[in-house]
Design a protein around this ligand. Structure first.
Ligand SMILES: [Zn+2]
Length: 123
């Protein structure tokens, strides 16, 4: 997941650097209010933890593709070297494992994003 907040001057999204699991983490490390320069318009803006929203990292799709390709390559090596009669089972595993990895990853990401956005700091 990535954390973003919208600039009050240009309404564009800025990324928040650092790993935070909640707005409380943000407040603890960055403070209840902190100043930041906008990446787009360069103006100074004040950010409070509740301005920050979590969203999905768009690179997770690419990551999945890489896992899939890697899985296929590994599967191909295994099949061509070792498989004779059990190849259907192996092909099945090759397909299932990357999907399993991705869905597990995606599920935990989604719940992290949901938790972050649900719990407000100032409420
Ligand atoms: Zn701006």
């Amino acid at each position: 997941m990535i954390l973003t907040h919208v600039c009050s001057h240009c309404r564009k999204e800025n990324k928040v650097t650092g790993k935070f699991h909640s707005r409380f983490d943000v407040a603890q490390i960055k403070g209840e209010k902190f100043e930041k320069d906008c990446r787009h318009c360069g103006k100074k803006m004040e950010v409070v933890p509740d301005d920050i929203f979590a969203k999905e990292n768009r690179y997770s799709g690419i990551l999945f593709l890489m896992i899939l390709v890697l899985g296929f390559m590994m599967g191909y090596v295994i099949i061509t070297n070792f498989a004779d009669k059990n190849s259907e089972i192996i092909i099945g595993f090759v397909l299932i494992i990357p999907i399993l990895v991705y869905t597990t990853y995606n599920k935990s990401e989604m719940s992290k994003i949901r938790d972050f956005n649900r719990i407000k700091y100032d409420s």
